[in-house]
Write a protein of this length. Structure first.
Length: 180
């Protein structure tokens, strides 16, 4: 796994072979961040990475200057890997947490300008994640929620849907939290 740009550009982290995680491909990740530049200013942004897996998205967010990145991962092996990278980088802006995203979101009292979620594609609750995030308190007014998912999902009829992007088998749906 490599960091594409920013202060950690070019850094590589070897993912353990026993990992079950499906890291976002470099191609999809690079395109995602190109699109995100039109929506958010990374400098000073508070970001939340749900189902953090390898921590790849979190590291890219940190590398681009986010002032706070919280990564939530349930799997013990994946969390330990993310924590080991956090220890190596020693970046005070990064907070890896071990926990269940479906429990964390309703209980979290912190708000973020960007929430990214890359759940397992087979997650039964995947189709309800936009509502879970958008109806909670975690997304700031005018904040952006990005959901990575497989091709079998279509969120275009959701009232907060903004756009969909596909890069090979990787799909991203974008949602905007509009202040009420």
């Amino acid at each position: 796994m490599r960091v594409i740009t920013g202060k950690y550009k070019g850094r590589r982290f070897d993912i353990p072979s026993k990992f079950k995680a499906r890291p976002t491909t470099d191609f999809a990740k690079e395109n995602l961040f190109n699109v995100l530049r039109a929506y958010v200013d990374f400098e000073g942004l508070r970001a939340l990475d749900l189902f953090a897996g390898t921590g790849s998205i979190s590291i890219e967010l940190l590398s681009r200057g986010c002032r706070r990145v919280v990564s939530v991962e349930k799997d013990a092996l994946h969390y330990a890997f993310i924590q080991s990278i956090a220890d190596k980088l020693n970046d005070e802006a990064w907070l890896p947490l071990r926990g269940d995203v479906l429990r964390f979101v309703p209980q979290c009292r912190e708000t973020f300008g960007l929430v990214f979620a890359d759940p397992p594609y087979a997650l039964k609750a995947l189709d309800s994640l936009p509502d879970l995030v958008l109806k909670s308190q975690i997304l700031a007014d005018d904040g952006l929620f990005v959901l990575e998912h497989g091709k079998d999902y279509d969120f275009s009829s959701h009232p907060s849907f903004v756009e969909h992007r596909a890069y090979g088998s990787v799909n991203f749906s974008f949602f905007r939290h509009v202040a009420s």
